[in-house]
Design a protein around this ligand. Structure first.
Ligand SMILES: [Fe+2]
Ligand SMILES: [Fe+2]
Length: 297
């Protein structure tokens, strides 16, 4: 059986979290040439917890626009693009938190997820490698299968943590033991949530050592965005946790092996990623500084 099909069956055995109905209706509305503002408001207002979250975010210091009390005001304040990102994140968080996960792990997982979404969006905006919304979704969903695999397989979390600690490629271990991995499983979930095709495919091989696995330039750029974001976010988290964890000048090399134990020549791999994103090493360092700012905000 093909690995994707096999993975789908595994996930179905515990139930792939279904895409909330409101999201489906919103996707339909957004796919129209001219989305109807009032229809969007109606859809959101029907969901009480979504409405509350949207108003809370619109009132947060990030948007700082005074007192927001209605969905219409909130929508005008955050803008259509941010609005979609906010509801997608809310829907995913809700779907994932139903998985009875260890609280500490869920906090770690969710903070990694949010940082990755923000970092991917920033890199896409800065390098123009992909539509910002696509990059945000890619970051948001890239590890979304991890909570499900924890639920499906006893001991998965231990294996996952051990692999990270021992600097061993997570995906290889997953495949050895479970005959699938969180990247393929993430692809299955992203597809079932009808995310745009480039987003699902960028997730599918996000720990794969060679970016040449992607033929489509569009998907390849999105995947490069994700890989750069992941590398930098891990560097940032390490720096935060270990105080003076100094990784220059071989920061990428260290992290790359940390994440993927890359069997392919390091320099050609990063050369490909940088060329996909149209950036040089200096840009990478300046992007890293900006992403670190996001992390420590
Ligand atoms: Fe990740
Ligand atoms: Fe991952």
């Amino acid at each position: 059986m093909q690995k994707t099909e096999y993975t789908k069956k595994i996930l179905e055995s515990i139930g792939i979290p279904s895409q909330p109905l409101f999201l489906l209706s919103l996707q339909e509305e957004f796919s129209k040439k001219v989305p109807d503002f009032h229809n969007i408001i109606n859809i959101v207002e029907k969901d009480v917890s979504l409405s509350a979250r949207l108003i809370r975010v619109a009132n947060s210091p990030f948007f700082a626009g005074g007192r927001i009390e209605t969905i219409e005001q909130a929508l005008r304040m955050v803008g259509i693009d941010n609005f979609y990102s906010i509801i997608l994140a809310a829907a995913l968080k809700e779907a994932m938190s139903e998985k009875d996960l260890d609280k500490e792990f869920f906090e770690f997982f969710w903070s990694h997820t949010e940082l990755m979404a923000a970092a991917c969006a920033y890199i896409a905006r800065r390098t123009r490698s992909a539509p910002e919304g696509y990059a945000y979704m890619t970051g948001l969903f890239h590890d979304c299968a991890v909570p499900l695999l924890i639920k499906r397989f006893d001991g998965y979390l231990k294996v996952f943590r051990l692999a990270l600690r021992l600097n061993y490629p997570v995906v290889e271990i997953e495949n050895d033991i479970y005959k699938t991995d969180h990247c393929i499983a993430g692809f299955v979930i992203a597809t079932s949530w009808h995310l745009p095709k480039p987003v699902s495919y960028a997730i599918k091989y996000h720990h794969y050592p060679d970016i040449d696995i992607y033929e489509s330039p569009e998907i390849r750029k999105l995947a490069s965005t994700l890989i750069l974001a992941e590398t930098i976010v891990y560097a940032g988290s390490m720096q935060q946790n270990a105080g003076n964890f100094e990784i220059e000048p071989s920061w990428g090399r260290t992290l790359d092996s940390f994440l993927m134990n890359n069997p392919i020549d390091f320099d050609s791999r990063w050369a490909k990623i940088m060329s996909d994103l149209g950036i040089d090493e200096e840009d990478v360092f300046s992007i890293r500084e900006k992403v670190f700012e996001i992390i420590t905000r």
